[in-house]
Design a protein around this ligand. Structure first.
Ligand code: 13P
Length: 246
């Protein structure tokens, strides 16, 4: 799964141009899914343009965990699904840090996404301080367990997971393939314990944090790395095409 997180960039007009150019250059490749996470205002535009391509999915970057009602400015998972979203990002470190989302809010958003039939893509990752203190395994383990602890195996089987070390996001300082592999292996074991091998092994575990055209192939070749979640380098069609072809 090659996922582009556009964050707060690329409105509907630019999104239409981006996708047209991308579709002209990229034909489906066996075993690969490409996912775009545009800002909410661009979801419908992107979803309409990729409708005929089963290998390309659209996702929403954030939802509010209630089904509908008086929540000015928020988007429910149902509304995102109606606009064409298939995936839903949950627990991105920018939501945790800039918008003070606790593990418990992340859990509620995750279950709300599942309820609406969206595939939640949960992000976990340690800060630089936590890494220096040797707490990576404890932090990502807690972030995952809090969310999946009460779910049954088939619900867990519907998710996707991304390891995004906070110190690697937007810094140019990516994890080595070996480091990423090690954390992914731990996450896979936790998923197996929670959901059994059949459900756990179909969950893609993506790496995110300063993925660029020149490091994507090495990261994607690492054991237990099933894809990438890309911010900055997904904003330019040429660089994004290099990554999806890596
Ligand atoms: P960068 O690729 O810009 O480091 O961002 C990663 C990210 O946060 C994707 O969700």
């Amino acid at each position: 799964v090659l996922a582009a997180n556009w964050k707060m960039n690329i409105g509907p007009v630019e999104a239409a141009k981006f996708i047209a150019q991308f579709l002209a250059e990229y034909s489906p490749q066996e075993g690969k899914t490409v996912a775009f996470f545009p800002p909410a205002v661009s979801i419908a535009t992107v979803a309409t343009l990729v409708k005929h391509r089963a290998d390309i999915k659209v996702g929403v970057q954030n939802i509010w965990h209630r089904d509908n009602g008086a929540f000015t400015g928020e988007i429910s998972p149902e509304l995102a699904a109606e606009a064409g979203a298939y995936y839903c990002l949950v627990g991105h470190s920018e939501r945790r840090n800039e918008f003070a989302e606790s593990d418990d809010v992340v859990r509620q958003k995750f279950t709300a996404a599942l309820r609406a039939g969206l595939a939640p893509l949960l992000c976990v990752g340690e800060s630089r301080r936590e890494r220096v203190d040797g707490r990576t395994s404890e932090v990502v383990g807690r972030q995952l367990r809090t969310v999946i602890g009460e779910l049954d195996s088939s619900q867990i089987g519907a998710m996707a997971l991304a390891y995004e070390p906070v110190w690697a996001i937007g810094t140019g300082d990516n994890a080595t393939p070996e480091d990423a592999s090690q954390v992914h292996r731990q996450l896979r074991l936790l998923l197996r314990q929670a959901a059994g091998p059949v459900n756990a092994d179909r969950i893609p575990i993506l790496y995110g944090g300063s993925v660029k055209p020149d490091n994507a192939a090495r990261l994607l070749a690492a054991p237990d790395v099933d894809g990438v979640l890309v911010g900055g380098a997904s904003l330019d069609v040429a660089s994004w095409l290099q990554i999806v072809r890596a």
